[in-house]
Design a protein around this ligand. Structure first.
Ligand SMILES: [Mg+2]
Length: 221
């Protein structure tokens, strides 16, 4: 069994007013490179960093090609490291215990996140979750701009297999799971997220990455 965790809104989140560290950093990168915050109005939740880069580059009138994508996302990662010095993420529940409980029951635990691998690493460290996930077992926003492909990359890096559960907080996580014939357990930190996951047809929905999540995963079987 392969378990692929989304990060933002699922494993970690931020306190205080939006925008959080991720969106703040994307906006600053856009201002630094283009003089304008081209991220305004873009939905980040459920997206991928390459997908966000495509939207920003389009607004900046630049082609979606590797040199432009890298330039923007390199600037973003630099900003993210800076922003996280003053504002931290926090785990959504007792993530470390939930992950080790899943691993102890024989699951291969990995990631399927729209973050770049480097961004994922920075966010996990900020939330105090460094070492909880093996980053080599992950699909990332630098693998592909489509979330289903990110999930496929995660499955591949977990050694492949047919029994896959995606754990996420948005309809995009549910849809990506469906696209690869996987199931999806939703983690809803608020009612809006719960409603979205229910409408998308998540197989189960819990409030946090804690023992209720472990229970939901292993009763799906
Ligand atoms: Mg998410």
């Amino acid at each position: 069994m392969i378990l692929l965790f989304d990060l933002d809104g699922t494993v970690l989140t931020f306190d205080g007013n939006a925008p959080g560290p991720g969106r703040t950093s994307m906006g600053r990168a856009s201002v630094a490179l283009f003089g304008v915050d081209h991220t305004a109005g873009i939905r980040f939740a459920g997206g991928t960093d390459h997908g966000i880069a495509r939207a920003v580059l389009e607004r900046a009138g630049l082609p979606f090609e590797p040199a432009n994508v890298d330039r923007f996302l390199d600037a973003y990662v630099e900003e993210l490291a800076r922003v996280l010095e003053n504002r931290a993420y926090r785990p959504v529940g007792d993530v470390a215990s939930a992950v080790s409980a899943c691993a102890a029951r024989g699951a291969c635990v990995g990631l399927a996140t729209g973050n770049l691998r480097r961004g994922a690493q920075l966010k996990l460290a900020s939330a105090g979750l460094e070492g909880v996930f093996d980053l080599d077992r992950g699909g990332y926003g630098c693998d592909h701009e489509l979330r289903a492909e990110v999930v496929r990359a995660g499955i591949r890096r977990c050694g492949g297999g047919a029994d896959v559960i995606v754990i996420g907080d948005t309809r995009q996580d549910v849809e990506a799971a469906r696209a690869v014939s996987a199931r999806c357990v939703g983690v809803a930190v608020n009612q809006a997220s719960r409603d979205e996951l229910a409408a998308a047809g998540a197989d189960a929905i819990v409030d946090a990455c804690d023992d209720t999540l472990v229970e939901a995963i292993f009763t799906l079987r």
